[in-house]
Write a protein that binds this ligand. Structure first.
Ligand code: ZN
Ligand code: ZN
Ligand code: FE
Length: 757
């Protein structure tokens, strides 16, 4: 046997991506030690640098292993290797960070319980067996417990818990999974769980027992409180709905495991992966007809919002008899998610029968994120816990910007260099408590990013609270304020989300936005890039009654549209029998510029169509009418679109007259699911037609899609299919929401591009 000579080599490896605050250095350390390699590893401003010395084969093996199985939470973007000279290191070292004042994001998002921690939780012999706050370097609370940068225990709400000797030993051992795991804790030294009555007095008994009795529990989680009950107990679900006075909005559900999810919903491999991912979002899934959940869980919808447990505490809520729980955010009518015990007892006292609290303070509120899978990729609808404050990479570098976002589903952003950091979701800012939380958030992010914006940007809408706030912020900073039209921000957001930096077409279908001509926009086509966006198409304006009440009343919108189309009042009444009381007003509103405002809102068009499909009640949450109509449309496999006209005016104008044809269709006795499917097909077909004409005219095959309407699965899936056949490259959102939660990203890139000019 010939023994091959093994020569010692030396290399330096530079890795970038998400490689800090994710246990990368200990991972490298362990791997190097196990292979007998020497050298060091260090965090730098631009990533992680590794120096290795030892047998060439071992070095190769090290690199293979690191690329193949990096630490679970890391994401390697680049991996550069160069040969260097031998220095003769005596061992392998973890060096302290080269630049402590690193301005890059040092706070990771909250991470769902990892398999190792779950194993310990379930192991009766482990010292943390059954401990609800188990975590390690691969999982646990992060953003939600952090007060300031850098992400160190002393800057988190864990600082009040002094680690015991066993925990310290883990914390300082580079070979241990809890090496520098900042929230490290155990039953001896860490946070404790308490079960109480609504008056705060201790309660003997067990959580699961209460749930099985049909009780409602207020449970303190990672980013806020939930209200929970057994989802299979119809009485409990109804009770919770009554107490919460939440009539239509679907409840989020938490399942014991993937198998349980599969019992209620269809589940693709991509959906499975996202459900179980470290971010553990709520995923919108197609409900199986066999699911025994009661109608009150998600009234009128064919989807369910499902998530998996993401803290050890959650795992403790399930057993063989408890497989699925309602886990709805604990807040009162549009107020911020509750995070403190004080607020919980004050506001949830009459909603919950018992409280599951603990003494680890929630510093940053973070709602559960909501997503779905579209074209095999995550499609975020609400970006909060598990994603914030991860940055979104920008298609170009810029100087520091603050972007306010919008007033609905509000999210702001700070951006600098080639990254935008989007805040968590703050809900609607017409609620003053939400506005307070939003403003606190702006200050928190400014401090932890140590950023001083050189310009600030907000929506063009004169009445937005976020715009008012931004005007004051600009004054305070003494920097220019930029205003960006709502749908142009949507357009730029979809471009940036897809890393585009060239002239493209865009289709924005949305609820309401303030237009540049002071009318309401919402179904807009654009052509351009970040610095120059031209409106090239739109829905023909229709009369939208002034004021907010029409937004809550789809029947009202439908009656106005039909009155504008038809002279014959009786015919309107036949098509919309419930509108009898409205007609005297709608007739006037349909023909008056003082009572109505010109609008091309896609959301209102969907509302009107939903009323024709039988949704004639008041909407109880944004998008309710459209969501219910969509659920009807999915019942019909094939449907023909209505006829529609596109006028070539100064810009292309899609006529909304097909609403009249839809009403005629209803009058002839066509059933709501068919009406709904035909309406959806009309929207998709007309968008494709508009795109085809514009793509030919502007000689581009790239089209971005943004706006709240594209939360509609029926519309996006039919569109994607048709556009593929047409040879159009369609870009939908995937990192930030297509609704107003993604607006701030678009504002950032537009404001930065205007500065360049
Ligand atoms: Zn873990
Ligand atoms: Zn301990
Ligand atoms: Fe919008």
């Amino acid at each position: 046997m010939v023994r091959l000579a093994q020569e010692d080599g030396a290399v330096e490896i530079h890795v970038t991506g998400i490689v800090q605050g994710v246990g990368f250095r200990p991972h490298v350390y362990k791997s190097a030690i196990s292979l007998g390699l020497k050298g060091w590893v260090i965090n730098t401003t631009a990533g992680v640098t590794i120096r290795l010395e030892g047998p060439a084969q071992k070095i190769t093996k090290f690199m293979e292993d690191l690329r193949k199985s990096p630490p679970p939470l890391s994401q390697i973007e680049t991996f550069a290797v160069r040969d260097v000279g031998l220095e003769g290191f005596s061992a392998f070292f973890i060096h302290e960070s080269q630049n402590a004042a690193d301005t890059d994001i040092s706070i990771p998002p909250d991470v769902g319980t990892c398999p190792d921690c779950l194993r310990e939780y379930r192991d009766p012999t482990d010292r943390r067996s059954g401990y609800p706050f188990i975590n390690c370097v691969n999982c646990g609370p992060r953003f939600s417990i952090t007060r300031a940068a850098p992400y160190d225990r002393k800057n988190t709400s864990m600082h009040v818990f002094e680690m015991c000797d066993d925990c310290i030993a883990e914390y300082i051992d580079p070979m241990d999974r809890r090496f520098h795991a900042e929230p490290n804790a155990c039953p001896v030294c860490g946070p404790k769980l308490t079960l109480t009555l609504p008056d705060g007095s201790p309660l003997e008994g067990d959580l699961r027992g209460l749930l099985k009795e049909g009780r409602v529990l207020a449970i303190k989680g990672i980013g806020g409180y939930h209200l929970a009950c057994d989802a299979l107990n119809t009485g409990a679900v109804r009770l919770l709905r009554e107490r919460k006075r939440r009539h239509g909005k679907p409840f989020a559900l938490m399942c014991r495991d993937l198998e349980t999810v599969r019992g209620h919903c269809e589940l693709s491999p991509e959906e499975e992966k996202l459900l179980a991912s470290p971010a553990r979002p709520i995923l919108l899934l197609k409900r199986k007809p066999a699911s025994p959940l009661c109608e009150e869980t998600a009234p009128g919808l064919d989807t369910l919002g499902m998530m998996l447990p993401y803290t050890p505490l959650h795992y403790g809520l399930f057993d063989e008899d408890l497989s699925i729980l309602v886990m709805t955010s604990a807040n009162i009518s549009g107020d911020p998610l509750i995070i403190s015990e004080e607020d919980a007892y004050t506001h949830l006292g009459e909603l919950a029968d018992a409280f599951v609290i603990h003494n680890r303070e929630i510093v940053n509120r973070a709602d559960d994120s909501v997503a779905m899978i579209f074209r095999d990729k995550p499609y975020l609808l609400r970006r909060a816990r598990g994603f914030v404050p991860h940055g979104v990479k920008l298609p170009f570098s810029l100087s520091a910007v603050f972007a306010a976002g919008g007033d609905l589903k509000s999210v702001f952003a700070y951006a600098g260099k080639d990254k935008a950091i989007l805040s968590q979701y703050f809900g609607d800012l017409d609620n003053l408590r939400n506005l307070d939380a939003y403003q606190d958030g702006v200050r928190f992010f400014r401090d932890f990013l140590k950023i001083r914006p050189e310009r600030v940007v907000c929506d063009l809408h004169p009445d937005y609270a976020s715009a008012g706030f931004t005007e004051r912020y600009a004054e305070e900073l003494g920097v220019p304020l930029v205003k960006v039209q709502h749908h142009k921000a949507h357009f730029a957001s979809a471009m940036a989300d897809n890393g585009l930096n060239e002239k493209v077409l865009g289709v924005i279908c949305d609820g309401t936005g303030f237009g540049e001509d002071s009318s309401i926009w919402g179904f807009e086509l654009f052509y351009g890039d970040y610095s120059d966006i031209k409106r090239v198409g739109s829905l023909t304006p229709f009369p939208q009654p002034r004021g907010d009440s029409v937004v809550k009343n789809p029947l009202h919108m439908a009656a106005v549209l039909l009155c504008a189309l038809w002279e014959d009042k009786d015919k309107v009444l036949d098509a919309l029998p419930g509108s009898v009381g409205l007609l005297p007003y709608t007739k006037a509103q349909a023909s008056s510029n003082t009572l109505s405002i010109a609008s091309s809102s896609c959301g209102r068009l969907f509302d009107a169509a939903a009323a024709l499909c039988g949704f004639t009640g008041k909407v109880t949450y944004e998008g309710e009418a459209a969501m219910r109509m969509e659920s009807l449309a999915h019942q019909v496999a094939d449907a023909d679109p209505y006829g529609y006209d596109i006028l070539e005016d100064d810009i292309l104008r899609l006529s909304w007259g097909f609403i009249g044809e839809m009403a005629e269709d209803r009058l002839s006795g066509t059933k709501p699911p068919v009406l709904a499917a035909r309406f959806h097909q009309t929207v998709s077909a007309s968008i494709c037609d508009l795109v085809e004409r514009l793509a030919a005219g502007y000689e581009t095959d790239k089209v971005v899609f943004s706006g709240g309407t594209f939360q509609n699965r029926f519309v996006i899936s039919t569109l994607a299919e048709k556009l593929l056949d047409m040879g159009i490259k369609a870009y939908f959102h995937h990192q930030v929401p297509t609704n107003d939660g993604g607006l701030a990203l678009g504002q950032v890139v537009i404001a930065a591009s205007r500065a360049e000019k």
